[in-house]
Design a protein around this ligand. Sequence first.
Ligand SMILES: Cc1cc2nc3c(=O)[nH]c(=O)nc-3n(C[C@H](O)[C@H](O)[C@H](O)COP(=O)(O)OP(=O)(O)OC[C@H]3O[C@@H](n4cnc5c(N)ncnc54)[C@H](O)[C@@H]3O)c2cc1C
Length: 443
Amino acid sequence: MSDTIETPTAQDDVVDELRTWLAENWDADLTVGEWWERLGLAGWAAPGLPTNAYGRGLSRNDSVRVQTEIAEFGALSAPGGLGLLLAAPTIATHGTQEQIDLYVRDIVTGTRAWCQLFSEPGAGSDLAGLTCKAELDGDQWTINGQKVWTSFGHVADLGMLIARTDPELPKHQGITWFAFDMHQPGVEVRPLVEMTGHALFNEVFISDGVVMDDAIIGGRGNGWAVANTTLMHERSGLGSGGGSAAAGMATPGTVAGQLDKRVGDFVSGPKKRRSASSGGGAPIGGGGAKLLIDLAKGNGAIEDPSIRQDLMKLHTLGEIGRFNNLRLKAAKKAGQDIPGIGNISKLAMSDIMRSTRDVGLRIIGAAGMLHAYTDDQRGAIEAATGSPFGQMVTSIALWAQGPPIYGGTDQIQRNIIGERVLGLPKEPGDTKNVPFSELPKNA
Ligand SMILES: Cc1cc2nc3c(=O)[nH]c(=O)nc-3n(C[C@H](O)[C@H](O)[C@H](O)COP(=O)(O)OP(=O)(O)OC[C@H]3O[C@@H](n4cnc5c(N)ncnc54)[C@H](O)[C@@H]3O)c2cc1C
């Protein structure tokens, strides 16, 4: 008997079409840019997008299946990053066809990379309290303000900028979403180094930056609704039950400089096929019950019943995430939705990350205190511990603090579920009606 419930597969004809297409189109001697152009324009880079936005209108599960097929074939995966994850679905939802052709085409073909210019030093959870200013002069806006925690800002060509276009309106109403050019004199990007040793995110200072009126997505003053679409994709896209199937990775956009490289150099050949019942649990955010089970078997930690119990809990959390995805798929097929599912998925992912961190560190014990910041250190730690995997556990443990914060903290997800799904009373105050300029601000 199988130990997991089988995942329903994508429509066989879609998979067959993809396999035939891959056989005809994959060529390791193309450049990364040439390959991504083929993949993106054929609708396989973002198959979940509608057909008028370079997609194929597939469900999330079927889109994951497409990624897996591409990886199993041994071809380079679609251009990753925040363009594909956030900007493309936002523009596909709120943009005009002209904007879709201008921006989404470059995202699915990996030509341009995007970052998300939402958070500010005084506006994170209270995102609608943002103060970055946009002032109109003719058909051009001048932008002044500071953004922070801007992931991949250092390799971005464009930014999803939300800025205040009318401080005399209540705070949620005077906000506008712009497609903002990062390559201009008024933009300064400064890296912020995390405890992992990487500098994934940045501070971005904008001084008299400019953006044209036709780069507004979703209409002037409608930025809160547009930003909520972006956040909804962030929460559900990063939530549990998905997982990357990439055979290889390359960075999109003009800054990273990988578009002209040979695509075959970014992949290491076909990936082994994985059946849903092959054990070890569903793919889980940033970790993997399978890796931890193998580590625990290898060093004897598996003999500890409390570790076995924690591994089982981790596996169960991954499976619940997968079942929620299946429930959502069934609901969507019946023309329904599951209110709050994106928020629930994100909370589940935070739990999975914390559980992965905790049980992982218990399995590897004192070796979990060793973290490599350079290649030399990586080699030294591997030699000292006799295994490359301990460092993966430590890296995951250091990273585990991020997911419960980005895309809206756990507390904010719970507030949203409470207020918008369960109908609980909102926080006191009259922020919906008072002009932003009259609201008290942080010092
Ligand atoms: C790894 C990482 C990547 C990120 N990438 C990006 C990015 O690319 N672009 C971007 O714009 N931002 C990004 N962020 C920023 C992220 O969205 C914010 O950190 C997040 O929204 C929280 O805001 P804050 O840090 O200002 O914390 P605060 O809002 O100051 O919150 C501090 C604490 O107070 C709690 N809290 C605040 N308000 C409430 C409330 N009403 N009810 C209950 N509890 C509350 C919070 O839960 C939190 O525990 C990233 C963050 C991380 C960690």
